[in-house]
Design a protein around this ligand. Sequence first.
Ligand code: FE2
Length: 385
Amino acid sequence: MSDLKNIKNYNYGLEKIFEEAQDFLPIMGTDYVEYYVGNAKQAAHFYKTALGFQSFAYAGLETGVKDRTSYVVAQDKIKLIFTTPMPGSGSSEIYDHITKHGDGVKVIALWVEDAKKSWEETTKRGAKSYFEPKTEKDKDGEVVLAGIHTYGDTVHIFVERKNYEGVFLPGYEKWESHYNPTDCGLKFIDHMVGNVDWGQMNVWGKFYKDVMGFAQLISFDDKDISTEFTALMSKVMTNGNGRIKFPINEPAKGKKKSQIEEYIDFYKGAGVQHIAVATDDIVFTVSEMAKRGVEFLYVPGEYYDTVGDRVGEIAEDMKILKKHGIMVDRDDEGYLLQIFTKPLTDRPTLFFEIIQRKGAQSFGKGNFRALFESIEAEQERRGTL
Ligand code: FE2
C-alpha cells in the first residue's frame, strides 16, 4: 500500500513538488556526462558500436590539449565524454580517479544560464568548490564553467554556453570519423542514480535540497526495495522543471550483501550507479543494442505470467517484451517500459537503464523484486552476494 500512497501523493503533489524546488539554480538540462577511463579511444568506439552513439568532438595533442585525450560522442540530446590522462603535469587527478574507481563517471555537467551565479548560490549554501568560475574562449566565442563537489569523487560542472557557437567547448574540435554506426534511438537522460555509503542517503538528499534547491519526488525504504536476501533504500531528488532527476541509493541490511554495498566495495566509495536514457521505441533500441553485443539483465520467464494482471492493457505485444526481457510497470498516470544492462565496466559498477515512458512518471517500483532477483543471481556468479 505504501507504494500507492507514494504514487498518489506524488501525482497530486507534482506541481507542488516542482514549486517547492527553488529557483536560485535554474537548470536547462544535462549538458554532458564525463567518464574518466583507461582508454578513451576504445571506450568511445564501444559506445558508438554497441550503444549507437555518434562521433562528435575531440580534444588532445592535435588540438593543443597536452595532459589528456577526450573523445565526445552524441546521440540526440545525450553527450558523453571519455577522458584518459596523458603523461605530464595536470593529469594526476585523472590517474588517481582511475586507479581508485576503475572506469567511471567523474562529471555530471549541468546546462545553466549563468554559471557564475550557479556556483555562488550553491557554494554559499555549503557546496564545496571544485573550481571557481572561469571563462574559456576560442574563435567561436566563450563559455563560462564552474564546478562543485557532490557524493564521492563525483562533481557537477555548471556550463554556460549562450555565447558559444563552436562544436562543443573551447579546446575541442569536430571529430570526423569514417566509422559511423547508426543510432539505437536513445534520446535524452531521464535520470542518473548515485550510490552512497551506509547512512548517507539523507545526507545527500539534504545536499540536493539545501544546496541545489531540489525537492524530493519520492522515497523508497528497505521494505519497498528488498527481496528475501538483499535490500536498499532510495530517495529521488528533482530540480524545479523536472529535467534533472537524481535518485540516491544507500545499502540496507539483508541476509546477504546489498547490491549497493557491492558497488561501494568495487567503486571504492560513492559514485554514479546507472544512467537511465529515454527512448521512444524500446523494442527497437533493445534489439539493436543486443545485436551489437550489449548484455541485459535476465528477467525470469515467470515474471511475464503475472505482469499482465498487474499493469493491464498495454499497446505492446507481451510476447515481444518477454523475448527481450523488457519489464513493465504502471502508476496513476500511465505505464513505463524498462530494461537494465549488465555492468558496462570490468568492475560491477556502472550500468545503463533504457526507459520508455508512456505517461508514467515513476521509476518502476513494481519491477524491483524481479530485477533484484536477477541482480542477486549475477552477484552470486561474481561471488559477492
Ligand atoms: Fe533507474
